[in-house]
Design a protein around this ligand. Sequence first.
Ligand SMILES: [Zn+2]
Length: 78
Amino acid sequence: MQCPKGCSTPMKKRKEEKIFYRNGKPIVISELTMHICPSCGQESLPLTSARIVEDVLKGKHKPSGKFTAELYEISSIE
Ligand SMILES: [Zn+2]
């Protein structure tokens, strides 16, 4: 897969945790395969991952656990 910005280096696969919003509520998908450009850092969601995200957002999968995290809002820091 080639970088959408036209870099000559091929994109690398990386598994990441991504936050998505379903009905306004955040959900986390971990081990989601992303393509990352080593040159410019551009991320791209491969079709297989996009399908998984779509199914999760439609509620086709059961969650395997809960994800809780501390939230830092920039407006409360500055
Ligand atoms: Zn690139």
